[in-house]
Design a protein around this ligand. Structure first.
Ligand code: SAM
Length: 217
């Protein structure tokens, strides 16, 4: 497989061709090898326009969604970012390319371990992964110029908004349940918050204190 050609094609057709304009985001997605993050049996689909299973009933997000959510954070490389839902670590790697430092939280230890190995293999060193319920955020390290949640919450988790930088911090998060979910962008200026709906989406649930209850066995 000519992975690089597939990747460049993905960026041209699925991202630039569909309205992603942030050149740093496009560069990041040309640079980071998505196939490394995908289980071997799905690797041939790594640059297709689709989410893919990564184990533990979780997914790696569709490339367009990774690009859109990254663009909404409007990063210039100086920021401290919090990501909730590390999964296999692909979005984490993209954020590592775009920001100064990334804290990422994953609740499933095996996925956190997998993400750690992927990021190590790519020599990405400006990322720290924590195993925890990310609906609490990571108050010790706040404020964050950007917070990204890659799982859907029933409402905006209160702790996250308070951990945003007062000087224009941005939170991007899917809100809703089932097939009624919207990607939402929240921006903070001092004590003022603005909230905008971006587009309908479909994500796995954020499981935790400020998310959904865990499913019963
Ligand atoms: N960011 C990934 C990527 O690169 O494509 C996709 C993440 S997947 C769609 C959502 C992840 O959120 C899953 O790995 C899931 O285990 C995790 N998750 C769900 N609830 C969580 C919580 N409360 N804290 C941390 N991670 C959580």
């Amino acid at each position: 497989m000519d992975w690089q050609a597939l990747r460049h094609n993905m960026v041209a057709e699925q991202l630039a061709g569909r309205g992603i304009t942030d050149s740093r985001v496009l560069d990041a997605m040309r640079h980071v090898p998505r196939h490394i993050f995908v289980p071997e049996e799905h690797q041939h689909l790594a640059y297709e326009d689709t989410p893919l299973p990564i184990g533990d009933h979780q997914t790696i997000s569709q490339p367009f969604m990774v690009a859109l959510m990254s663009q909404l954070l409007a990063l210039d490389g100086h920021e401290r970012v919090l990501e909730i839902g590390t999964g296999c670590g692909y979005q984490t790697a993209i954020l590592g390319y775009l920001a100064k430092f990334v804290y990422s939280i994953e609740r499933i230890p095996s996925l956190a371990g997998m993400a750690y190995e992927h990021l190590k293999a790519l020599n990405i060193t400006n990322v720290h992964i924590t195993i925890a319920d990310g609906s609490y955020g990571l108050p010790d390290k706040c404020p964050y110029e950007g917070i990204m949640v890659t799982a859907v919450a029933p409402q905006v988790p209160r702790p996250l908004v308070s951990q945003l930088s007062r000087a224009g911090g941005r939170l991007v998060i899917p809100i809703g349940r089932g097939d009624k979910q919207e990607l939402v962008l929240i921006q903070r200026q001092g004590d003022q918050y603005t909230q905008n709906k971006i587009t309908p989406v479909r994500f796995v649930p954020l499981i935790g204190k400020f998310g959904f209850q865990p499913p019963e066995d």
